[in-house]
Design a protein around this ligand. Structure first.
Ligand code: ATP
Ligand code: MG
Length: 329
């Protein structure tokens, strides 16, 4: 390989992708695929999707939806490799080998584990605890050094760095310590007024494929206040609406709403409808490109086939090297 850097990142096929996934992750994918010297692998991490409640009958459709969202969002199959995690089983084998290097108690302290156990208290399984180990393996099997992600994933990148350091110390220099690549939209808030926008939290998100009506309805549900006060809220529904205004209508519009909040007051219905139009308009090119690929399933199959083949080769080499260094050959 003549490229200096390797990039890996993935999304769970738990539903179609939302604004947070786009602004926090995909925008980073696009930056890096265009950069000289970066070899990019972008994945649909289906093995991570089965750690929270899921319907096996819908999983393949959900995988296809994320593939289409990636391609619609601008992922360029000429510049990046697109792969489905479970099709390269070396991820799992490496994750087992890595798991022997890490204390269980540290995994239990990770914020994503705590969040997901709170969201699904009856579905706390080993896979959920193991998530960061498999994620470390996802990155390390390609010796990736750059990982475009949202802020919620930073603790997992730290874990991956620890894995790399520990492995290198115990068995000799093998893995780079990967760095997160963050975008401005690295932490898009939930429409519910608290927490982050998440695919698996109903009512928290706007999908890239939502209709204008859908977006209006969803924004209508964002909790607000009387529209007037002597201090602009710094958290909750109103603060989140202001953040969205800044992202989709610009800083000046945000300032204007903040001024109204402190003076004559805001009519939220108007703010929300204008915002919905701005979001819908921004997503138009994505919907169009997505439709192009949706109408060409053969092309999509070929793109995934190329990704699988490319990734399988690298993964096999890394796994052989790791096993040899661990005395397992
Ligand atoms: P789930 O609830 O199923 O975990 P999710 O919305 O958290 O879904 P993931 O598939 O876990 O999405 O994450 C895909 C990528 O999107 C990751 O890089 C993650 O950091 C990023 N991401 C997720 N939510 C947000 C958000 N609200 N703001 C910015 N980036 C986000
Ligand atoms: Mg997530």
């Amino acid at each position: 390989m003549n490229k200096k850097h390797r990039v890996f990142s993935g999304s769970r096929p738990t539903s179609k992708l939302h604004l947070g996934n786009y602004l926090g992750a995909i925008k980073g994918y696009l930056d890096l695929q265009e950069k000289e010297g970066f070899d990019c692998i972008y994945s649909i991490v289906d093995l991570h999707a089965i750690t929270t409640p899921f319907d096996p009958k819908k999983l393949q459709k959900q995988i296809n939806d994320v593939v289409l969202d990636y391609l619609g969002g601008g992922l360029d199959p000429e510049e990046a490799h697109l792969m489905i995690q479970s099709q390269v089983p070396e991820h799992v084998e490496l994750s087992y080998l890595l798991s022997t290097l890490y204390p269980v108690s540290r995994l239990q302290q990770l914020p994503t584990y705590k969040d997901k156990t709170k969201e699904n208290p009856d579905y706390v399984n080993m896979g959920l605890l193991y998530y960061p180990v498999l994620m470390a393996a996802d990155i390390m099997i390609y010796k990736a050094d750059t990982v475009p992600v949202g802020k919620d994933q930073l603790p997992h990148i730290e874990v991956t760095r620890e894995f790399a350091r520990t492995f290198n110390r115990m068995f000799g220099e093998t893995f780079p310590e990967p760095k997160a690549y963050l975008k401005e939209g690295a932490s898009i808030p939930s429409l519910r007024g608290e927490g982050k926008m998440s695919k698996s939290v109903e009512g928290s998100y706007i999908l890239l494929t939502d209709s204008l009506e859908n977006i209006k309805e969803k924004l209508a549900g964002v909790p607000t206040d009387a529209g007037k006060g002597d201090k602009v809220p710094s958290e909750g529904g109103v603060a989140n609406l202001f953040s969205f205004v800044e992202l989709f209508e610009g800083k000046e519009s945000r300032k204007e709403y903040e001024r109204q909040y402190l003076k004559e007051g805001i009519k939220y219905k108007e703010l929300k409808d204008t915002l919905a139009e701005a979001i819908f308009k921004e997503l138009e090119p994505i919907r169009e490109k997505r439709k192009f690929y949706e109408e060409r399933p053969g092309l999509v199959r070929d793109i995934l086939g190329e990704g699988r083949e490319y990734c399988a080769k690298i993964a096999k080499n890394t796994l052989e090297e790791v096993k040899e260094k661990m005395g397992l050959f």
